[in-house]
Design a protein around this ligand. Structure first.
Ligand code: CS2
Length: 502
């Protein structure tokens, strides 16, 4: 847009909604009449491109004014989100990006937000309030305090802190357990705890962690939660890159909206949700949520093909110098890696009525190559240890147990190991973000040469090193080849051996 046509951006707030350009969608319902029936921990980009949007859809339909969302931030980066939202009457905009079709929608479903480290009691009050019927979570793959064997990591310092400081916790577990304890003592109805994380069996995982934590507080609390709280599992999906200053500038220039905390996402969204709620729920199905009795097969499909597929591009892509997922997916060699990787893991995904897994894979490829979405390769690479465990390890275990080829897995895994050197093929330092990387210490300190040193780390790889020596040898061969001849030559060689998919 040129200087002349550039409009003056309007700072987002309740009182300025009427001044927004006609093309900007905004809440038409009366936000003052919305009640926070749902308290959500982790109102970052994904929550605000997904759950909050479904709630906004329902509010727009006049379906249920009691199902607004009250957001809670636990971590330092949430402070800026809190301040931005507060200054904007908890309004924010969502820019949906599809090639040639960018749209902006102001979302009104947030009724409030608190930055928990500065408002412990306020957060607890919200969760204990009579109107709160659902506490929901987006705390990431690593946020459940369980190791790869599923053990609750009770020695974690944050968990110890929360056991000792019940009224000023740091983790979601501390808050939810204390809120449940107060509800129990006040004789209030329980709530449903709904995990919205991209974790296999997210409801069961949340339940297990919460029960383990509650048991460390008291048997009575543990038993009350076990008997009263429901934990629906779900499969959630919407690619939501990190918001950048460039996005903010585009929203101001193109749509005339000045928003401190906007969210950008692809147009596509999907939510498959188990229908087990104890204290009522919004009519999610009216907003396109697929309510089901068994989410597991949907999760497998999504995590193994889409999230695994993302990883198949990301580490190799970063090594080859790509900044954006789109760029990586358009790189002819990496595109083939992705296609072959998805074909390799497909047989480990159970059939789903009405879904063709090849079509699903093609949609994933199309979504990754959405030219309007600038999704960061570093975002996908971040927290690789947690992601490896959730998105690659389960399909690898099935492939090996079923005696199926795992060539692309060996390449991708070698790529991840080679990536740990921290420099790309041009010798540039890459951005490394992984809270659990200490697990690969021995391998990294040994110069990232010996796959065996990594693959013997049981919390990540279980008994892989002893049970499947041939696979270990294949990873080692890829790693040696990357060191000796570079990443491209190694990919080319593996692709030459892989079955050629369409
Ligand atoms: C990505 C996901 O972080 C990742 O590794 O694969 O965030 C992905 O974009 C979402 O799961 C899409 O729903």
């Amino acid at each position: 847009m040129t200087g002349e046509t550039m409009r003056k951006a309007v700072a987002l707030s309740d009182s300025t909604l009427g001044e927004l350009a006609a093309e900007v969608t905004r809440p038409m319902y009366d936000r003052k009449r919305t009640f926070p029936g749902l308290v959500h921990i982790g109102a970052g980009g994904f929550n605000r491109s997904h759950l909050a949007v479904y709630l906004d859809d329902l509010l727009e339909r006049g379906e249920a004014m009691r199902w607004g969302e009250f957001g809670v931030g636990l971590l330092p980066p949430d402070k800026a989100i809190h301040e931005g939202l507060k200054a904007q009457d908890y309004l924010y905009s969502l820019m949906a990006l599809e090639a040639g079709d960018e749209s902006l929608r102001v979302i009104g479903s947030l009724c409030g937000h608190l930055y928990a480290p500065e408002a412990h009691e306020g957060v607890l009050e919200r969760m204990v309030s009579a109107e709160c019927a659902i506490v929901s979570l987006t705390v990431t793959e690593g946020g459940y305090f369980e190791d790869a064997s599923g053990r609750f990591v009770e020695e974690n310092p944050d968990i110890r802190h929360d056991l000792e400081h019940r009224a000023s916790p740091q983790t979601w577990l501390g808050y939810v357990a204390e809120a449940a304890d107060r509800r129990m003592k006040y004789g209030r109805a329980p709530f449903t705890l709904m995990s919205c994380d991209n974790v296999h069996g997210n409801g069961a995982v949340a339940r297990k962690s919460l029960l383990a934590f509650a048991a460390l507080r008291s048997d009575v609390l543990h038993n009350w939660i076990e008997a009263n709280v429901a934990f629906p599992s779900s499969m959630v999906d919407r690619i939501t890159p990190r918001t950048t200053d460039e996005n903010r500038a585009m929203i101001a220039e193109k749509f005339g909206v000045m928003d401190r905390v906007p969210v950008v996402a692809e147009g596509f969204r999907q939510w498959v949700l188990e229908d087990t709620f104890v204290a009522g729920r919004p009519a999610f199905e009216k907003a396109g949520v697929q309510m089901t009795g068994d989410v597991a097969p949907f999760e497998k499909m999504k995590m193994r093909i889409l999230n695994g597929g993302h990883l198949s591009l990301a580490f190799l892509g970063d090594l080859l110098g790509h900044t954006w997922v789109l760029e990586a997916a358009a790189d002819e060699q990496l595109r083939r890696v992705l296609i072959e990787f998805m074909a390799e893991v497909r047989p480990t995904v159970p059939p789903l009525p009405g879904i063709d897994l090849e079509d699903y894979s093609n949609t994933v490829l199309r979504r990754f190559t959405n030219p309007a979405i600038r999704d960061q390769v570093t975002r996908i690479c971040s927290e690789g240890c947690a992601k490896y465990t959730k998105y690659l390890a389960p399909s690898l275990a099935d492939l090996l147990a079923q005696g199926r080829p795992a060539r692309m897995m060996a390449l991708v895994l070698a790529g991840w190991l080679y990536y740990q050197r921290g420099v790309d093929e041009q010798g540039r330092a890459m951005t490394m973000e992984d809270a659990q990387i200490g697990m690969l210490k021995e391998f990294v300190e040994g110069g990232c040469k010996e796959a065996r040193l990594a693959l013997a780390v049981r919390p990540l790889f279980g008994d892989l090193a002893t049970a499947y020596p041939q696979f270990v040898a294949a990873v080692q061969a890829n790693l040696d080849s990357m060191r000796a001849r570079g990443v491209r030559a190694t990919i080319a060689e593996t692709l030459a051996k892989a079955p050629q998919t369409a």
